[in-house]
Design a protein around this ligand. Structure first.
Ligand code: FES
Ligand SMILES: [Fe+2]
Length: 344
């Protein structure tokens, strides 16, 4: 750790130390350090188990933000559909007769019946027919036929379209937003610039393997685990050999409060990325598909059995980043240039 008198250092807390303990927790950190610099309160425990709070989170986050629901290729041509669930909301994702992606609540406007009872398939006609009383909607959500013998006074068919869900496609990935017309613009979704993915031909990727897990924990527990690597040295020794900076408990170079003292050192232990000589995130660090690397057909192995086997606080955990993942056509590793340094 650098001396605290360095002009480049800042102290983590504006709070004056009030006792010996506070003095001990004050640390000097380099500029652009990305970690915590003071003690922050944790979330209240009931946020993890209270159904009423979970409902608030659904409305404030999951029903308001863009949520990834799958690859565009999983909807193969006009009239294909899938249903997806977010919270307690079921959604039909479909391609209309022109091939455009559309999404609606999977709920009939008549008596609220579920419209599509299958999780995926292809409509036989260019309409969605409710299985209950056979109200019929076109693939843009408009109500085109009812089963009523008379239209009651004041009934206007045009007012009973399916409830729309906003849908966006980005480089082959499909996102929906349950706020519909009120949805925030999709282009503000990425916390980091999407250009950082330019090295990968994301549109061309095909699903090679999928792994599904149901986690016996509140969703925030999983995300908190995913967002830190303090657990990596203890839980993922294989992974730490492959990505040495994880072995230091860091995700990136600036997670180290003393990062600038290693700024000129290109060792992956300090700068992140794969270990020298490694080519993929597979357990042996080698590509497994013919022609890879240098081919879009290369794939990761589903890796890190240690991750899948690990238990934490009595819950089986998985790390979402360790699924199969197609390899870029020209990349050889996860460095900004996608090229491997020579083996040691
Ligand atoms: S509930 Fe759908 S037609 Fe009646
Ligand atoms: Fe993990």
């Amino acid at each position: 750790m650098k001396a605290s008198s360095s002009a480049n250092c800042r102290f983590p807390s504006a709070r004056k130390p009030s006792n010996r303990r506070d003095m001990a927790t004050r640390v000097a950190v380099d500029p652009d350090y990305t970690g915590l610099t003071r003690v922050e309160d944790g979330l209240p425990s009931f946020w993890y188990h209270d159904p009423a709070h979970h409902e608030r989170e659904l409305r404030a986050i999951w029903y308001r933000d863009w949520v990834y629901v799958g690859r565009a290729r999983s909807l193969d041509g006009p009239l294909a559909f899938r249903t997806v669930t977010i919270g307690d909301q079921n959604i039909i994702l479909l391609r209309d007769e022109t091939g455009s992606l559309r999404a609606f609540h999977n709920t009939c406007r008549h008596r609220g019946s579920v419209l599509c009872t299958r999780t995926e398939g292809r409509f036989e006609q260019k309409v969605i027919i409710c299985p209950y009383h056979r109200w019929t909607y076109d693939l843009r959500g408009a109500l085109v036929r009812t089963s009523s013998k008379t239209a009651g006074e004041g009934f206007h068919q045009s007012e009973y379209a399916l409830y729309g869900v906003a849908v966006a496609e980005w480089r082959g990935f499909v996102f929906v937003n349950l706020a519909g017309r009120e949805a925030v613009p999709f282009h503000g979704t990425f916390a980091r610039t999407p250009e950082r993915f330019d090295l990968w031909p994301l549109e061309d990727m095909v699903l090679g393997h999928s792994y599904r897990a149901e986690l016996g924990c509140n969703w925030k527990v999983f995300w908190e685990n995913f967002s830190e690597c303090l657990h990596c040295p203890g839980v993922h020794p294989d992974l730490c050999r492959l990505v040495p900076i994880y072995g230091r408990g860091f995700m990136g170079a600036h997670d180290d409060p003393d990062w600038s003292s290693h700024a000129g050192d290109d060792d992956p232990r300090y700068q992140g990325g794969l270990a020298r000589g490694a080519e993929t995130w597979s357990r042996d660090a080698r590509p497994i598909a013919p022609g890879s690397p240098g081919s879009s057909r290369g794939r990761y192995k589903p890796s890190s059995s240690a991750c899948r086997r690990s238990t934490w606080s009595g819950m089986s955990t998985t790390c979402g980043r360790y699924g199969s993942f197609p390899w870029a056509r020209s990349a050889r590793n996860w460095s900004p240039t996608g090229t491997s340094p020579p083996p040691p």
